[in-house]
Ligand binder design. Structure first.
Ligand code: ADP
Length: 750
């Protein structure tokens, strides 16, 4: 087969694509086409006429006359050659044409001899096939001009029909597409409508939750919050039953429970069985995760527990939604449970709402707890202040009386006796204040331990040294079991002795006169236990865990002369704790005595004790005499008292009572040593000190702050202002003489 491919300016695949766009292949016969071939057949007196489309691998006839088939293979196709000829093809005698004389339709049936094909060409130049005329007789003259015109016109007609169908097809496609878009728009509108409805519903729920939140926040006791939460849960979710349980660290015996039941369950309102922590609800608290189950799911759950003997009195359930109450740091505070929805089963939204409500409730509950503890602390503080006033007055009263007595008594023996009494009371007063300061300092982590290798024996000795007078006064029998000399701890002797002394003093105070007290020190693996056992009034089980709290005192019936401020044990616990140890209290109950145990980590080496302890015995005598000293204090009595002491020790003392005068006096007197209060009129002690330090004439002067303020910050400030030392009032005379001694014997005389 010959074909001149160079003639065409299209590719076969583009041509096939163009044919495809008409969607005509394999469509049923149609009268419009049938009529055209009929007309051609008659006008051209041809036995065979066809509308032939050259498709992929075959020729397909939309309509034909005289062929009797609708498709044929391409190798028998004359039209396939014709479409490559611009303007169509006329073959007067196939037997004379080398392109077709071997064609099976020529050589065999039906014995074709004549062919005329007019192109079916698209507007953009693709030949789709032909309107062809065939004859079994040759027509040497070909087609007449008229016949050619007929064929050409009708071929256009075929193309017009094809175009029409294509246009209609495309229109239908557009319409279908339009319909689809319309349907999608409808669906979209329905969806938006639904979304809007959901939004409205959501907003309503949020509004209700917000109202519930306000209601919850308006109440301050946990019990009231619990009741509000169950009522609100029932309203918000539309359920017949809601229960809340508030627990402290999942201690179900202490749980607060509130229930809300609808009219349907009115007869169960008296049901009061408390949860015991063994049901499926405990799982919600344990995992801190919500649980949503149908009644069937619930009953099949392995953790579900029937109500046993309570079953007849418990309201029947229908489905279950439970959410945990989660507090600060993920701590479980209990849970909310709901059952029997008015309509349908619990869904995701119910769970979300209840979770939201639980979050609000959890905040409310924690606030209520905080409020309770603040109130409790406030109450304790008030009680403490009352006790403090009382305790401070206790020693002050005999001191004042003593002073009055001293003013008229002549008898030296009597006076000594009264002074001893006054000193005892003063020591007591100072200890009270020291304890208070200590608690504050330990609480703020400001106590610095002077740690060293300390033997247990020395701790016990030092503690008993201060407690012995009390023990003797109360006529108690103290037995100290032998202490292993090889036991040492790494600690601050003063602080440990103070702690043990406190416990021994309590044993003394809280035991009736003449009781037995036993002190023992035992090793237990890597620890040492110092045990103080008394046979006194004992402690109730409820109070045992509380006695280490600040300002806690058991009962108010105890004779106040015995009681302290309720700070001793708190201080002991903290001091022992910063030594890495622990204090434990045990008692069988009231009247059964108490045992206090200090547990400390043992120091592992067993070197024999080296330094003997210096118990800081006070030194009232001084070899330093004749110094020029200024005492500056706006409290005239305090200034006077100190100056009398210093004069008594042989010094020349000047007292001044305000800051500006002090500055002037210092220039006149040129003192070697100044004791100065910080809070002074007209010019503060800090400013006076700073000014003195700037005066070169006073170079080398010893500046000692005497003040009531003893915090780290106060010490830093006084040092910054130029003070050499910082003494806390009431000033310990021993320390004053010690300082004088140190300064004037170790440094060159000014
Ligand atoms: P206080 O200054 O009141 O003694 P503490 O902190 O030392 O304060 O003790 C707290 C409370 O613990 C005391 O008020 C007392 O009720 C109780 N307590 C302490 N030690 C004993 C003891 N050995 N026997 C009985 N009760 C004690």
């Amino acid at each position: 087969m010959h074909c001149n491919k160079l003639d065409r300016d299209w590719s076969e695949s583009d041509r096939l694509a163009a044919l495809d766009r008409y969607g005509i292949l394999d469509t049923p016969p149609e009268p419009a086409f049938d009529e055209i071939v009929q007309l051609v057949s008659e006008l051209l007196a041809a036995p065979i006429v066809a509308v032939n489309l050259i498709a992929e691998g075959r020729q397909w006839f939309k309509t034909e006359i005289g062929l009797g088939v609708r498709e044929m293979p391409l190798d028998a196709s004359i039209c396939a050659v014709a479409i490559l000829q611009p303007g169509g093809l006329v073959v007067p005698d196939t037997t004379q044409d080398s392109r077709f004389n071997c064609n099976p339709l020529v050589t065999g049936a039906p014995g074709l001899r004549f062919y005329a094909g007019e192109l079916l060409e698209t507007a953009d130049g693709y030949p789709l096939g032909t309107l062809c005329v065939l004859d079994t007789k040759p027509r040497p003259e070909g087609l007449t001009t008229q016949q050619h015109l007929v064929l050409k016109t009708l071929a256009h007609q075929v193309m017009a029909q094809l175009e029409l169908r294509r246009a209609v097809g495309e229109q239908e496609k557009t319409i279908a597409q339009y319909r689809r878009i319309e349907a999608e728009l409808h669906a979209e509108r329905d969806r938006s409508h639904q979304l809007l409805e959901n939004e409205k519903q959501h907003a309503k729920v949020l509004g209700n939750v917000a109202t519930a939140a306000r209601t919850i926040n308006a109440v301050l006791s946990r019990k009231s919050i619990a009741q509000v939460v169950v009522e609100e849960s029932r309203q918000l979710l539309g359920v017949h039953q809601a229960v809340i349980s508030l627990t402290d660290d999942q201690d179900w015996s202490q749980a607060i429970t509130a229930v809300s039941l609808s009219e349907k369950y009115a007869k169960y309102r008296s049901y009061s069985e408390e949860p015991d922590g063994s049901g499926i609800y405990a799982e919600v608290c344990r995992t801190n995760q919500p649980m949503r189950l149908t009644q069937q799911d619930l009953e099949h759950h392995p953790a579900w527990k029937g109500f046993g003997r309570h079953a007849p009195s418990h309201p029947p359930m229908r489905g279950w939604l439970a959410v945990p109450l989660v507090g600060h740091g993920g701590k479980n505070l209990g849970l909310i449970q709901t059952s029997d929805k008015y309509e349908g089963e619990f869904d995701e939204q119910d769970e979300a709402i209840l979770t939201q409500l639980a979050a609000i409730a959890a905040v409310g509950i924690e606030n209520a707890r905080l409020y309770d503890s603040l109130r409790e602390q406030d109450r304790r503080k008030d009680e403490f202040l009352a006790t403090l006033a009382h305790e401070l007055r206790n020693p002050l009263a005999p001191i004042r009386t003593g002073l009055e007595v001293l003013s008229f008594v002549d008898d030296a023996g009597r006076a000594t006796q009264i002074r001893a009494m006054m000193e005892r009371q003063l020591t007591h007063l100072v200890r009270l204040v020291d304890d208070l300061m200590d608690v504050a300092r330990v609480s703020q982590g400001k106590v610095e331990l002077k740690r060293e290798r300390v033997s247990l024996r020395s701790i016990v000795e030092a503690a008993l040294e201060s407690s012995r007078p009390l023990i003797e006064a109360a006529q108690h029998r103290l037995s100290v079991l032998p202490i292993d000399a090889s036991l040492f701890v790494h600690g601050d002797l003063t602080r440990l002795a103070q702690s043990l002394g406190n416990i021994v003093n309590n044993a003394v105070k809280y035991s009736p006169r003449g009781s037995a007290i036993e002190l023992s020190v035992l090793r237990e693996q890597k620890d040492v236990l110092i045990r103080v056992k008394d046979t006194g009034i004992g402690i109730t089980r409820e109070m045992l865990p509380k006695i280490f709290d600040l300002f806690t005192q058991v009962g108010h019936s105890i004779d106040r002369a015995q009681g302290g401020l309720g700070i001793g044990l708190s201080l002991v616990a903290k001091l022992v704790e910063i030594h890495g140890g622990r204090v434990i209290a045990e008692s069988e109950g009231l009247g059964k005595g108490s045992t206090f145990i200090i547990r400390l980590p043992l120091l592992q080496d067993t070197r024999s004790p080296t330094a003997s302890l210096d118990n800081g015995r006070r030194k009232f005598e001084s070899t330093v005499k004749g110094k020029r000293i200024m005492v500056i204090d706006d409290n005239v009595d305090a200034a006077q008292a100190l100056s009398i002491l210093l004069e008594h020790a042989g010094h020349h003392v000047t007292t001044v009572h305000d800051g500006l005068d002090a500055l002037q006096a210092a220039k006149d007197i040129m003192p070697e040593l100044i004791f100065m209060d910080i809070g002074l009129p007209r010019m503060s002690g800090y400013d006076v000190a700073a000014a003195l330090r700037k005066n070169p004439a006073l170079n080398g002067i010893l500046l000692i702050a005497t003040t009531g303020w003893g915090s780290e910050e106060d010490r830093r400030l006084s040092k910054e202002a130029g003070f050499n030392h910082h003494l806390i009032k009431p000033v310990d005379i021993g320390s004053v003489f010690k300082l004088l001694e140190q300064f004037f014997t170790h440094s060159p005389a000014p």
